[in-house]
Design a protein around this ligand. Structure first.
Ligand code: NAP
Length: 520
């Protein structure tokens, strides 16, 4: 079995602590092991700060972008191998695996392009300058420079490729060295990606390190120039954000956490219309893709009462078509949950939701005979469609994210204000989708819900055939959301670099400012 090493201080090193087995969630067979803990974290952080940081800061945006281009190409060149590892260690179908791996290479490619556009500069101007005095000579200008610390990235289990790469793309382009810690249970892909990136020779020494296993006292070693970007459960996010040293040193923190994403069907959508077909296809895909283990998956579907029956029927049919089993069998369209813990959590979460909802499809999620799985083995869980009995007083439906292929129909009156009020009960989400073609209704609904959502996806007849659906995170647009979603923000083009940069207000002689900020 393959023992996976961390990549610290320019070397592949094993820890000295406990060994964790990484399993194939379809068979429960071990596929790799990690011995974490006991690493020289002080040395690794120092290596990033004193070797990786200066090397990156010496490069222009164009040069950093060229590095990202090489990393993107290297991941793409190993696409099939990475997809296979994701199937083995994450329970991905081939299509799920592509989503993760292509998300990684695509995001790196996007930021490579941005680097090219930003050009041969090391500092960016933030907005236009402003005249401060009576004469135009005294001027003010905000500039953005890379922070001089380490970018620590703690990632969730569900996107080991994309999660690693999207954070790294922004940090490296901004000029900060990366210290990446994947979730242990599915670390096989992140580990292989690190091997691939290191083998390109494109990265300066110290620009990218990988820590497998526990973080030990890593976060107690961070300082005011370091940043911490976390993706995972709200509970862990709160622990990390509240860490003593993180608080004491005012370490900049970004949290991407839980979300009760909503999809709202507007009352003008007629069954069988192009917008209806888009809604049904995208929501079914969104709930079933990656076995529902997607931060952007739709957990609540708001349906006007008049349209409930056809929605039940259409989504029930789609869910019934899912073929659950071991993804190595090509007939399988939905793999297992990623870990035994996930299975326990999803079962318990479904029980909470069922206390206030009726089951429309899927019962308790049990799968009698998963395709291609050894008898009694694997963390399989079938799709479940619920319907809430009393949305106004419901609690768990709006508050408890079940991280699996489970979603709830929420009947509403058809009024835009009522839909928006129910969406807001999620108390902050990553994405809300709205399907409809009535501009007046849509404008009213969105103006009432957008402040509680990081992203609003509008599905209408005009975009049929052109979109990837609400669950696909695009590097051009911000990813993150207020409240329960963690309060963070990633990606969004050049906005994604800001977390890794210090904004400084310069004031003085305009000609001098122009020279310093690269305008002259
Ligand atoms: P998790 O249990 O919170 O773990 C996330 C990461 O934190 C893992 O790398 C984990 O490492 C690490 N970790 C856990 N406890 C830690 C501690 N005390 N100190 C330092 N690191 C610690 O979450 P998960 O089960 O991997 O992911 C599922 C959750 O992530 C869901 O709730 C989902 O909503 C959320 N999620 C959000 C987004 C988003 O973009 N908003 C994306 C994906 C997932 P180990 O694996 O080694 O324990």
């Amino acid at each position: 079995m393959k023992p996976l090493a961390s990549y610290l201080g320019g070397r592949w090193v094993h820890g000295t602590g406990a060994t964790t087995l990484l399993l194939d969630p379809s068979t429960e067979q071990p596929v790799a092991e990690v011995r974490g803990g006991g690493h020289d974290l002080a040395g690794a952080l120092d290596y990033a700060r004193t070797v990786g940081g200066p090397a990156l800061r010496a490069l222009t945006f164009r040069e950093r972008g060229a590095i990202l281009r090489q990393l993107s190409r290297a991941i793409h060149a190993h696409r099939d191998e990475l997809i296979a590892l994701g199937m083995q260690n994450g329970g991905n179908t081939r299509s799920d695996g592509k989503f993760d791996v292509d998300g990684a290479s695509g995001t790196l490619g996007y930021y490579a392009e941005l680097g090219e556009t930003l050009g041969d500069v090391r500092t960016l101007c933030d907005g236009d300058g402003v005249q401060l005095g009576r004469s135009p000579r005294l001027f003010g200008q905000h500039v953005l420079a890379p922070r001089r610390g380490v970018a620590v990235h703690v990632n969730a289990f569900n996107f080991p490729a994309w999660g690693t790469a999207e954070k790294a793309a922004c940090a490296l382009l901004a000029g900060m060295p990366v210290f990446s810690k994947p979730a242990t249970a599915t670390a096989l892909v992140a580990h292989r990606i690190t091997e691939i990136l290191a083998a390109t020779g494109a990265l300066p020494d110290g620009a990218f390190q990988l820590l497998l296993g526990p973080t030990d006292d890593l976060l107690d070693r961070l300082g005011g120039q370091d940043v911490l970007a976390f993706t995972g459960s709200g509970q862990t996010g709160a622990i990390l954000r509240g860490g003593k040293q993180v608080v004491a040193a005012n370490v900049r923190v970004n949290v991407e956490a839980d979300s009760l994403n909503s999809a709202t069907l507007a009352p003008d959508v007629e069954p069988g219309s192009p917008t209806w077909e888009l809604f049904v296809a995208e929501i079914a895909k969104d709930v079933l893709q990656k076995t529902g283990q997607k931060c952007t998956a739709t957990r609540r579907i708001l349906v006007p009462r008049s349209l409930l029956e056809p929605v039940r029927e259409a989504l029930g049919e789609r869910f019934a078509a899912a073929r659950v089993g071991n993804p190595v069998d090509e007939a399988v369209t939905m793999g297992p949950l990623a870990t035994a813990r996930q299975l326990t959590d999803v079962r318990a979460g479904l029980a909470r939701l069922r206390a206030e909802s009726d089951v429309i499809f899927g019962g308790d999620g049990a799968v009698a005979t998963p395709i291609g799985a050894p008898d009694g083995k694997g963390y399989f869980f079938g799709p479940v469609l619920l319907e809430n009995r009393d949305p106004a007083s419901a609690r768990a439906t709006h508050e408890h994210e079940v991280f699996g292929p489970v979603t709830t129909l929420i009947p509403y009156s058809g009024e835009a204000a009522d839909a928006a009020a129910l969406v807001r009960r999620g108390e902050g989400g990553l994405v809300g989708s709205v399907y409809g073609d009535d501009r007046v209704w849509l404008t009213a609904a969105i103006s009432e819900m957008s402040a509680t959502l990081g992203r609003v996806y509008l599905g209408s007849a005009k975009v049929v055939g052109q979109t990837a659906g609400p669950g696909t995170v695009l590097p051009h647009l911000v990813h993150g959301g207020p409240g329960r979603a963690g309060g963070g923000e990633e990606l969004g083009g050049a906005r994604g670099l800001a977390f890794y940069q210090q904004r400084t207000a310069l004031s003085g002689d305009r000609a001098l400012l122009d020279a310093i900020s690269g305008k002259a």
